[in-house]
Design a protein around this ligand. Structure first.
Ligand SMILES: Nc1ncnc2c1ncn2[C@@H]1O[C@H](COP(=O)(O)OP(=O)(O)O)[C@@H](O)[C@H]1O
Ligand code: SF4
Ligand SMILES: [Mg+2]
Length: 451
């Protein structure tokens, strides 16, 4: 390339606006890519195309090399750019990082709720261990029946709407096999364990997982609750939709149980209320009840306490801690607040500009943070002991998400830069069996055994 043309290219990269021609070229390239990805998302697939295997049987979710992009007219926003982490069974994993680092896009990718066609998962796997209902050859769920001590199916009389036994043509009482019921009175069906790769699943199949297997609690309950339906109607709908064979009466009983479980006093009254009649804390409890109604094994909570004041925040967090034990499931907790993570998480994932820069157990991240960014986050957290007037502030800004540099994204803000930091993006280095960090300071050749 001669000097003149090199200058020309440099000009295009450096300037802060795009010409009409450039915008059109970007839009054309985006349109092609979005069309391809949308087609793939809606393509009919045989289940074998999205059945996967877990790397570790103790995990409920494994995210591997996830890339989720937004195709905008200014360029491609790599909101999630190669994220990998696991959620072990019965654990809480906290994802932390400042605003805009890709936390919500990660959780929306897991639920497959990215707004297409601009928002797309372009690469990676999201493996989820689901307990799916088994189906017979006609596609119907298979009920589990009560057995007597000899292993024979127990039969019960068929009743009409008045509760009287129904008779057949010859006048004999009709009978049917007696289906097993769970503690909430809901019919039990055969289930089987299946591992789905959510990233490859056709979007239409996601109804099998959302609400029933995994559910989400959002930051602002008022935008997630429908103002024109009562709490009861909205809660019942979850049960009616996700629990086969459930009737209105069963759904109501289940909804009231759920409201009780999330610590709502007078659940019968709240059941009949509209969202606007409740306080913020109550609404968030209702949202949690709703997330629990389908009895999911994974709850994704995206900034669940950010809109609440501090005392209510503490109550909701202790509710989550309590629930995790009761539902025998896992929680993916997303927040920008390290205090919330400290209270809740077993494992912590630290994100920066769409990538994971450090991950480990909560104790490793809090007591031995390695990455200069994580160390900065710790320093910027207010503590009872500190008598500083001003809180520590990490200088500088996150780089522009459309034009990410090739080197470490934190370089411009880092006080510990090495010459190497202007080179390639740092690889993930393992510093303990559970602790990983992406920073050149920890690469073998800089380490000299001093870690
Ligand atoms: N619909 C969208 N269109 C374009 N960019 C988006 C969209 N939604 C999110 N982004 C970008 O993706 C990045 C990650 O956003 P997000 O995951 O919401 O951050 P947070 O960590 O605060 O939850 C940000 O740079 C944001 O601007
Ligand atoms: S790789 Fe270099 S610039 Fe990036 S955080 Fe580590 S020391 Fe700082
Ligand atoms: Mg967010």
């Amino acid at each position: 390339m001669n000097d003149k043309s090199e200058n020309k290219t440099k000009k295009v990269v450096d300037k802060h606006y795009l010409s009409g021609k450039e915008v059109r070229a970007i839009a054309k390239a985006n349109a092609m890519e979005m069309r391809r990805l949308e087609k793939e998302k809606n393509r009919k697939k045989h289940e074998s195309e999205y059945i996967a295997e877990m790397r570790d049987a103790n995990n409920i979710l494994e995210i591997e090399n996830l890339h989720s992009y937004f195709f905008t007219d200014q360029g491609v926003v790599k909101a999630v750019n190669g994220v990998s982490f696991d959620i072990p069974l019965n654990s809480t994993v906290g994802v932390v990082g400042e605003s805009g680092c890709g936390k919500s896009v990660t959780s929306m990718s897991v639920m497959r709720l990215l707004q297409g066609p601009t928002g797309q998962i372009v690469e990676g796997s999201i493996r989820f261990k689901a307990y799916d209902f088994k189906r017979d050859e006609n596609g119907n769920y298979i009920p589990v029946y009560e057995l007597d001590e000899n292993g024979n199916v127990i039969y019960e009389p068929v009743l009409d709407e008045n509760g009287a036994p129904k008779l057949d043509k010859s006048g004999n009482p009709m009978t049917q096999p007696k289906q097993k019921r769970d503690a909430n009175g809901l019919g039990v069906y055969e289930k089987e364990e299946k591992i789905f790769d959510i990233a490859k699943m056709p979007i239409k199949q996601m109804y099998r997982l959302r609400g029933r297997q995994m559910s989400m609690v959002f930051q602002e309950p008022m935008t997630s609750l429908n103002p024109i339906f009562t709490i009861g109607e909205q809660l019942d709908e979850v049960t009616l939709l996700h629990v086969p064979g459930s009737t209105k009466a069963m759904a109501k009983e289940h909804s009231i149980n759920m409201l009780n479980l999330v610590g709502i006093a007078m659940p019968e009254r709240v059941y009949k209320s509209y969202p606007h009649e409740l306080s913020g804390g109550m609404r968030q409890r209702v949202m949690i009840a709703m997330a629990l109604a389908g009895e999911p094994r994974l709850i994704i909570a995206d900034e669940p306490t950010t809109a609440l004041d501090v005392t209510i925040q503490a109550q909701i967090l202790s509710l989550f801690n309590d629930l995790k034990k009761r539902i025998n499931g896992s929680i993916l907790l997303i927040t920008h607040d390290l205090g919330v993570i400290a209270e809740m998480a077993d494992y912590v994932v630290v994100m920066y500009a769409g990538r994971i820069i450090e991950k480990g157990t909560a104790s490793e991240i809090f007591h031995k943070p390695c990455h200069p960014y994580t160390q900065g986050l710790q320093k910027s957290k207010p503590t009872m002991q500190s008598n500083e007037d001003k809180l520590f502030n990490i200088p500088g800004n996150v780089p522009n998400p459309i034009n990410m540099p090739d080197h470490c994204y934190f370089k411009e803000r880092c006080g510990k830069c090495l010459a190497k930091c202007s080179g390639d993006y740092p690889e993930m280095v393992q510093v303990s069996p559970t602790h990983f960090v992406a920073c050149h300071l920890y690469a073998e050749e800089n380490n000299n055994g001093k870690r």
